[in-house]
Design a protein around this ligand. Structure first.
Ligand SMILES: NC(=O)c1ccc[n+]([C@@H]2O[C@H](COP(=O)([O-])OP(=O)(O)OC[C@H]3O[C@@H](n4cnc5c(N)ncnc54)[C@H](O)[C@@H]3O)[C@@H](O)[C@H]2O)c1
Ligand SMILES: O=c1ccn([C@@H]2O[C@H](COP(=O)(O)OP(=O)(O)O[C@H]3O[C@H](CO)[C@@H](O)[C@H](O)[C@H]3O)[C@@H](O)[C@H]2O)c(=O)[nH]1
Length: 336
């Protein structure tokens, strides 16, 4: 049995599908602070079987301990956390409590239950401003906001934990920019508030929920002047977790990028989305967003060599699947 924290969320729901499809059993823990339990019903519709759901907060060590014991959990995939960069600057203590303290309570419960296999969701945001590209795992880490620092501190805590007890099997996965949705259009990204990330904004503009995309700067040192990111299909990202679990059959700690290795600009995304949706995507050029870097993409070689994992889905596929979910669920999971 795999415990999936944050299992009702965007990435967690896609990982649940990949795990169930691989024949594994899943217990999902989520406090639903940024998700809707409707996603869990949709998982059942896709896979023909369910995840077990426990409504709990990862900071509740006793509750997590009881869940680990009751379900004979052998490994944990840990996604639960807060992820909005701007909010983390306004509410740093909330972020440190939820993400860092939450992870400490979780690993304490795991230690008590003798469950010592952990896959952790980190982020390319730990690299901060790139000193060189593509970003490999040896690139220095220097996050530039509290959210990024929670990920960095958790990585360091997990390294200390592994140093202290070599029985632990830990995979730290640094995600680049997850986008898209399951091909069924049943699960996808459903931001509860105004989205910050590019793809959900573009999708809401294409469907008419917002008038236009604000392109944050077209004066970067990139071919079209707009920011470049390594967008990765969420289903490819999810399958990377299955590969990491297989690799953790031996004790050890690994830190691996999950990205495609190629970058697309904001204008590439807008153009591709326009093509796959057949809808206009009006945009306006605006000031640069504070804290943004010009270009960020992964060196995915280690994931290939160590995990035998590579991404396979194109930007067109990412936009098409994102659009499919948006069309099927114009108001997200609300009303589902
Ligand atoms: N989406 C991205 O761009 C991105 C990039 C890099 C890393 N990540 C990381 O991946 C993970 C999942 O991200 P996502 O995009 O699916 O976000 P999400 O908000 O959709 O999912 C996170 C889930 O965790 C739950 N949660 C939050 N705090 C909790 C707590 N204390 N106890 C129990 N549940 C809690 C939320 O309700 C939500 O369902 C996060 O750790 C995030 O930092 C995301
Ligand atoms: O309305 C918008 C939103 C974004 N952008 C641009 O689009 C690009 C991508 O932005 P966004 O989707 O917000 O992603 P990032 O800023 O790269 O950050 C994401 O990707 C990181 C990993 O690389 C994660 O750590 C962060 O949590 C996650 O928000 C950037 O150039 C932005 O300036 C716009 O032009 N207009």
């Amino acid at each position: 049995m795999i415990l999936l924290t944050g299992g009702a969320g965007y990435i967690g729901s896609h990982i649940a599908v990949v795990l169930l499809d691989a024949g594994l059993d899943v217990v999902a823990v989520d406090n639903l602070s940024n998700s809707n339990s409707a996603s869990l019903e949709r998982i059942r519709a896709i896979c023909g079987r369910s995840v077990i759901f426990r409504h709990a907060d990862i900071r509740n060590e006793e509750a997590i301990y009881q869940i680990l014991r009751a379900h004979d959990v052998t490994a944990v995939i840990h996604l639960a956390g807060l992820k909005a960069v701007g909010e983390s600057t306004a509410q740093p203590i909330t972020y440190y409590d939820n993400n860092v303290v939450g992870t400490m309570r979780l690993v304490s419960a795991m230690t008590r239950a003798s469950v010592k296999t952990l896959v952790f969701s980190s982020s390319a945001t730990v690299y901060g401003t790139p000193a060189y590209l593509p970003l490999d795992e040896k690139h220095p880490v220097a996050p530039i906001n509290p959210y990024g620092r929670t990920k960095y501190f958790i990585e360091e805590i997990l390294k200390d934990l592994h140093e202290s007890d070599k029985d632990w099997r830990i995979a730290i996965l640094r995600y680049f920019n997850p986008v898209g949705a399951h091909e069924s259009g049943l699960i996808g990204e459903d931001p509860l508030d105004v989205p910050n990330n590019l793809l959900p904004i573009v999708a809401q503009v294409a469907i008419g929920r917002r008038p236009k995309v604000h392109v944050w700067g077209n004066d970067y040192d990139t071919p079209d002047g707009t920011g470049i990111r390594d967008f990765i299909h969420v289903v490819d990202l999810a399958s990377g977790h299955l590969s990491a679990l297989s690799q953790l059959r031996q004790p050890g700690l690994l830190t691996v990028n999950l990205g495609t290795g190629s970058g697309s600009s904001v204008m590439d995304v807008i153009q591709t989305f326009k093509e796959v949706s057949g809808r206009p995507v009006p945009y306006v050029i605006d000031q640069r967003r504070v804290g943004d870097v010009a270009t960020c993409y992964a060196d995915p070689t280690l994931a290939k060599n160590l995990l035998g994992w590579t991404s396979t889905r194109s930007l067109t596929q990412m936009c098409a699947d994102h659009w499919h979910f948006q069309m099927k669920n114009p108001n997200g999971y609300r009303g589902a």
